[in-house]
Design a binder for this molecule. Structure first.
Ligand code: FAD
Length: 389
């Protein structure tokens, strides 16, 4: 077999592994992906009519406080100074998110200072004081009080999960951020921005190495392919970033995920909503958010008479749907544990990335965890000092 390493999945995790192994060790790396494009969920492409860059799997905002990751990603792309801010449209009024002093004063038609607002929220959240909230609804009220919870969280959560929050476990939320300042920057990491030439240019630069061979439309479980699971078994090391349960033929059961549906539309206006992401927390609107992609790149020369929007709908994933967010119920956690012995027994395979570990990972986390796998597992293995697992 004319390759030193097979990487299954060309998302940020897989490409980081491939890039490191090719550049540091001169290994021949074969990256396969069942999709017809590289980049996994971070992939973006220009909408053909307008040229506006659309994040194909939902808005992707890069942010990190990890200096090692920041140094690494800057080898492939420069970043704009975009700072993410989110607004929410409730009962015909638009409020800043996450909930902050601006949201509170607008909602209560007041002009509280930080201490007064803090006292108000403390009083309103006392409803479930000294009880142990048993469901997400009671937990939400105990964290921020009933008025703000019911306006901004309750129905949004119900739409995300297609379930009444009274029937959702309390542990889905551990905290609901409330800021007692007017700061509504979404992230507070040291570094934030969007890739100047877009996500796909960044991802392509990571894969652009003579020792890296990327094969698209190639499913690891299709034995008609040269680099399928059965064809490579025992012959070459594998880094697998696809779904963990699929790898073992669902022997311990399927892990549950939420998926998203996106409806894209080109509109004949230069600006539809004045911002990149608007949440819709009310039940009479079926979608949870609208993304308007032109606002991610105000520095670009986009058309002034057309814009691209994408409505986002959320639901439980059925088999065949794209898995987006791990649901992580108690049964899921038990199933994941039950796969552990089988994972350990795969001596030539390392599992990584969000699908391979059943963990929500932001991009910087996927990249950081791939760099760690490279240093701790692949470097010693290819230096001949340690077995792969
Ligand atoms: P993926 O990108 O999912 O890549 C896995 C790849 O494996 C896929 O390309 C898939 O096709 C391939 N694959 C699976 N099975 C097989 C198989 N059998 N054979 C061959 N190939 C296979 N992160 C942020 O930092 N900021 C954000 O704003 C942000 N927004 C997000 C929004 C959404 C809706 C989602 C779902 C994620 C978001 N993320 C965001 C997270 C980001 O997408 C992930 O960090 C990143 O995708 C993780 O990379 P990965 O390589 O682990 O997985």
């Amino acid at each position: 077999m004319n390759t030193d390493l097979v990487v299954v999945g060309s998302g940020f995790f897989g490409l980081t592994i491939a890039e490191r192994c090719a550049r540091e060790f001169g290994l021949n790396v074969t990256v396969i992906d069942r999709r017809s494009h590289i980049g996994g969920n971070a992939y973006s492409e220009n909408e053909p009519q307008t040229g506006i860059e659309v994040h194909r799997y939902g808005s992707h905002l890069f942010h990190t406080s990890n200096e090692r990751v920041w140094e690494y990603v800057n080898r492939f792309t420069a970043f704009t100074n975009y700072q993410h801010k989110v607004y929410t449209s409730h009962k015909g009024e638009v409020y800043p998110m996450p909930i902050n002093l601006g949201t509170i004063n607008q909602f209560f038609r007041s002009s509280y200072g930080p201490d007064e607002a803090r006292a108000l929220i403390r009083e309103q959240s006392a409803e479930f004081a000294s009880t142990n909230p048993e469901n997400l609804n009671d937990k939400g009220i105990s964290l921020i009080g009933r008025p703000l919870y019911e306006a901004f969280i309750k129905n949004y959560t119900a739409k995300q999960w297609q379930t009444d929050p009274k029937d959702l476990p309390a542990e889905i939320i551990s905290r609901l951020p409330v800021r007692y300042t007017y700061d509504n920057r979404y992230f507070n990491d040291t570094h934030e921005g969007l890739p100047v030439d877009g996500y796909t240019a960044w991802l392509e630069r990571m894969a652009d190495h003579p020792k890296i061979d990327v094969r698209l439309d190639t499913d690891f479980f299709d034995d008609s392919q040269e680099f399928s699971k059965n064809n490579v078994a025992g012959q070459v090391p594998v880094v697998y970033t696809g779904p963990i349960d699929r790898y073992f033929d669902f022997s311990e059961g399927e892990l549950s995920w939420r998926t998203l549906d996106f409806e894209e539309e080109v509109l004949p206006t230069g600006d539809f909503q004045g911002t990149s992401v608007m949440n819709y927390p009310d039940l009479d609107v079926p979608y949870t958010r609208i993304h308007e992609f032109r606002h991610f790149h105000p520095e670009r020369d986009y058309p002034r008479d057309a814009t691209v929007i994408m409505r986002e709908f959320s639901r439980f994933a059925q088999s065949g749907d794209e898995p987006y967010y791990p649901i992580n119920t108690t049964e899921d956690r038990e199933r994941l544990l039950a796969y552990r012995p089988a994972i350990k027994a795969e001596k030539d395979v390392l599992f990584g990335g969000r699908l391979g570990t059943y963990k929500y990972l932001d991009m910087h986390m996927a990249i950081g965890s791939a760099l760690t796998m490279f240093e701790n597992k692949l470097r010693p293995h290819f230096a001949g000092t340690a077995a792969l697992q």
